[in-house]
Design a protein. Structure first.
Length: 119
């Protein structure tokens, strides 16, 4: 039996599709671990929390509201894959203002929030 691998995705902000183009990306966040070295040997590790990050290029149209995206705080970002797996980032915010590039209507967006959960 052949396995299906994730290929395309849909990114939703509070349920509204952002029209993500190819190569959207999610960093699921969680804990970053750093080795602790003492007495010339690895003794263990420390942990620090790392936010989830969703970045994508979206297709800009006349109905795209870049100001609303830029001002987004405390939103839910869903990263839905075509394999049926969805990652949800709750309490998310737009981490940098969207950047619109003319020619093809590309707009880069980035959100950060709590570690993602899989649904």
């Amino acid at each position: 039996m052949a396995l299906k691998f994730s290929g395309t995705c849909v990114i939703r902000m509070d349920g509204l599709s952002l029209a993500a183009k190819e190569k959207a990306k999610i960093e699921i966040g969680g804990k970053e671990r750093t080795a602790v070295v003492a007495d010339h040997d690895v003794q263990g590790y420390t942990e620090k929390p790392v936010p989830a990050k969703v970045s994508a290029t979206i297709a800009h149209t006349a109905s795209s509201d870049l100001i609303a995206i830029a001002n987004a705080t405390n939103v839910t970002i869903d990263f839905e894959t075509d394999t049926g797996v969805t990652y949800t980032v709750a309490g998310a915010w737009c981490s940098k203002p969207p950047e619109l590039t003319g020619g093809e209507g590309d707009c880069d967006v980035e959100f950060m929030g709590r570690a993602a959960v899989q649904r």
